[in-house]
Design a protein around this ligand. Structure first.
Ligand code: DX5
Ligand code: ZN
Length: 219
C-alpha cells in the first residue's frame, strides 16, 4: 500500500486555516488534533471548528481525538465530516463498540496508543479497526522529539499484520531525520506538524518526506 503523508494543522496558523490548507494540497489528508485539556494538558478545537474545516478542506480529514469520554464524542466527529476518526485506547470504555459505531457511520475507525501503552491488548481485535496510531511522542504538543523506544512497537505490529489492509500511523517528531526509520519499521501513514508547517515550502517538505518514506519499499 502506498505511503500517506498527513500534515498536522496543530503547527499551522490557527487564524488562517483555510489558507494553510491550500499550502498542503499535495498531502493525502489533513490531520486535525482535538485536545480537551483533560486527556492531555493542552486545549485546541472542538466540533464547530472541525465541522467548518471539513466543509472547506479539499483534503479528507484525519481527526485525532485526544479527549476523555471518547465513546460519547467520537461519533459526533464522524457526523462532522471526518474521513477517519482516531480515539485513544486509554480514553475509551468500549473500543470495539465505538469502532463499530464509527464504521456504521461511514468513517474509518482508528485507535491510538500513547508511547507507554502496549498494542498487545488489541491484537485479537485488529479487524475492528482501519488504522492503529502509535504515538511517537507523548500526545499534547507539536514540536517534541521523537521517542526512539516506540520503534520496536511499530515493528512488532507490522510483523503481526503483514501486508493486510490495516494502516499503521505514527505521530510525533516525524521529520526528514526520523521518517526513514519509521518507514523501515513498518509505518505507512505519517503525521508531520512542525516539519511541514515550519518549512518555508510545505509542498516541498511533503514531497521530501514522501520520497524518504517510500525508499524502504523500493530498496
Ligand atoms: C501531538 C499531536 C501531533 C502533533 C505532531 O500530540 O498529536 O499530531 O501535531 O507535531 P510534530 O510533527 O511537530 O511532532
Ligand atoms: Zn495527532
Amino acid at each position: 500500500m502506498s505511503v500517506q503523508i498527513h500534515p498536522s494543522i496543530l503547527s499551522a496558523d490557527q487564524v488562517n486555516l483555510a489558507a494553510e490548507l491550500v499550502r498542503i494540497q499535495d498531502a493525502d489528508a489533513v490531520h486535525v488534533d482535538v485536545m480537551d485539556n483533560h486527556f492531555v494538558p493542552n486545549l485546541t478545537m472542538g466540533l464547530p471548528v472541525v465541522t467548518r474545516i471539513a466543509e472547506v478542506s479539499p483534503l479528507p480529514l484525519d481527526v485525532h481525538l485526544m479527549i476523555e469520554d471518547a465513546d460519547r464524542w467520537a461519533p459526533q466527529y464522524a457526523e462532522a465530516g471526518a474521513a477517519s476518526v482516531t480515539f485513544h485506547l486509554e480514553a475509551a470504555q468500549a473500543p470495539v463498540r465505538l469502532a463499530r459505531e464509527l464504521r456504521a457511520g461511514g468513517v474509518r475507525a482508528a485507535v491510538a496508543v500513547r508511547p507507554a501503552t502496549p498494542v498487545e491488548p488489541l491484537l485479537d481485535l485488529l479487524s475492528e479497526f482501519d488504522m492503529v496510531l502509535i504515538m511517537t511522542v507523548e500526545p499534547g504538543f507539536g514540536g517534541q522529539s521523537f521517542i526512539e523506544g516506540t520503534l520496536p512497537k511499530v515493528r512488532r505490529l507490522r510483523q503481526l499484520v503483514g501486508t493486510g489492509p490495516l494502516r499503521i500511523q505514527v505521530d510525533g517528531g516525524v521529520s526528514r531525520s526520523t521518517i526513514s526509520a519509521l518507514a523501515q519499521a513498518g509505518a505507512d501513514v505519517f503525521v508531520a506538524g512542525s516539519a511541514v508547517f515550519g518549512s518555508a515550502d510545505p509542498a516541498a517538505e511533503i514531497a521530501a518526506l514522501r520520497t524518504l518514506a517510500e525508499a524502504p519499499l523500493t530498496a
